[in-house]
Design a protein around this ligand. Structure first.
Ligand SMILES: CC(=O)[C@@H](O)[C@H](O)COP(=O)(O)O
Ligand SMILES: NCC(=O)COP(=O)(O)O
Length: 255
């Protein structure tokens, strides 16, 4: 069974554009959970462009109330700054069920690559151990579209991680293009290598109602998808609860 964690970053983008409290991130997350979503994801950025530290606390309380997974994403190496206490400090405060570590920098528009485990493993290992001591499951954002030599996904296990999250941006980009089938094969092979190394497999970034079904059909190991940008955009036309239910139907149709 693949679970759906809805990323509500984009609700906060809209709210912050006017500086008030609407649209309400917690109400949106509650609507998703009432519609059947299995969990909530956020990725607070150090520049607080969308989700802020106070949102993280409020969503942690909400997910506790519902007894569902809270997935907190972020770069553990980004230093704290006013308004952003740092990823580890946030995890210490709210103890998310899952912490997804992502190697993004401030200047990035969005997450656009996974860890280079050959280079980053030594720095990641103690962080993973600290976060696991807080009771978090640890997932590491990973490239799946690169050649195995350049994408040593199995090495996430050497860092002590429980799972990897396959960065699906390149899949979404290639969807419906001539190289789409070959790209899917890369993802299926990367997922199989991760499973063989004892890792669970999550997936996310630019997944949508259009491309999710084909992905899950080709990569059967996926335990969780986190979806935000497309889902919140589609909800403008279809309503948030209906959109969440459509994603759940897509998942059910592939399982
Ligand atoms: C980790 C990841 O894939 C990102 O998709 C992220 O959670 C989205 O972040 P933004 O909403 O800031 O683009
Ligand atoms: N981990 C991916 C995520 O949370 C959502 O990514 P996107 O759907 O906003 O691209």
């Amino acid at each position: 069974m693949t679970v759906l964690s809805v990323n509500v970053n984009k609700i906060a983008v809209l709210r912050n554009s006017r500086g008030g409290a609407e649209p309400d991130v917690v109400r949106a997350a509650r609507t998703c959970l009432d519609a059947g979503a299995h969990g909530i994801t956020v990725h607070p950025r150090p520049d607080a462009r969308h989700i802020r530290a106070d949102d993280v606390l409020a969503l942690a309380a909400l997910t506790r109330e519902y007894g569902v997974e809270f997935n907190l994403e972020g770069n553990p190496f980004a230093p704290p700054r006013p308004g952003y206490p740092g990823f580890l400090a946030l995890c210490e405060q709210v103890r998310p069920a899952q912490a997804t570590l992502v190697p993004d920098s401030d200047a990035q528009l969005t997450s656009d690559h996974g860890f280079d485990f050959a280079r980053d493993a030594d720095a990641l290992s103690p962080l993973v151990a600290s976060l696991k001591a807080l009771g978090c499951r640890i997932s590491l954002f990973a490239d799946a579209h690169l050649d195995p030599g350049r994408c040593s996904i199995a090495r996430a296990a050497d860092c002590g991680a429980d799972r990897v999250e396959l960065y699906t941006g390149p899949y979404a980009e290639s969807f419906a293009c001539p190289d789409g089938a070959a790209m899917l094969q890369r993802f299926a092979a990367a997922a199989a290598r991760a499973r063989a190394a004892g890792l669970g497999v999550n997936a996310g970034h630019d997944l949508s109602q259009d491309n999710l079904g084909a992905f899950l059909a080709a990569v059967p190991e996926v335990m969780e998808v986190s979806i935000g940008h497309a889902l919140i955009g589609e909800a403008l036309y279809e309503g948030l609860a209906t959109t969440v239910r459509r994603y759940l139907d897509i998942i059910a149709g592939t399982r």
